[in-house]
Design a protein around this ligand. Structure first.
Ligand code: ZN
Length: 133
């Protein structure tokens, strides 16, 4: 894995949180994007080399709705940038980590993404992401 690409934060109200994080980070979000597959709306902030992704549900059946109901707003996942997402999935499965899907899907910010179940990673949802080239 190359580096932390971003930290994902689950929020209830994307518009309100965009204002809050713009004020906190002293920079506006540079992208707002819906990911229909995950039933979420996302926004991205740059902080030097890393990014913050705010994630809000767009439907009651979104994974984010369930996450916030269970744990409240807060850190949802840590995303690592990888060069070859397919070989990383194979490597991590070989180490006993459990992916939430067998194949990467198209995530926000022009990335292939795959998530690994928090039960195998000390309670932290892990995302791998690879730039779509
Ligand atoms: Zn993410």
């Amino acid at each position: 894995m190359k580096k932390i690409d971003h930290i994902g934060i689950a929020v209830k109200d994307l518009e309100a949180s965009n204002k809050l994080f713009a004020s906190l980070l002293n920079t506006p979000c540079y992208k707002i994007e819906d990911v229909s597959e995950q039933q979420v709306s996302t926004s991205f902030f740059k902080t030097a080399d890393q990014k913050i992704e705010l994630v809000a549900a767009t439907s009651p059946s979104s994974p984010i709705t369930k996450f916030i109901a269970k744990k409240g707003e807060g850190i949802h996942h840590i995303a690592f940038e990888v060069d070859d997402i397919h070989s990383e999935i194979i490597r991590l499965k070989g180490e006993g980590f459990v992916p939430l899907s067998e194949e990467p899907s198209k995530g926000a910010d022009n990335k292939w993404v795959v998530f690994f179940h928090p039960k195998t990673t000390n309670g932290v949802l892990i995302e791998l992401c690879q730039e779509i080239r």
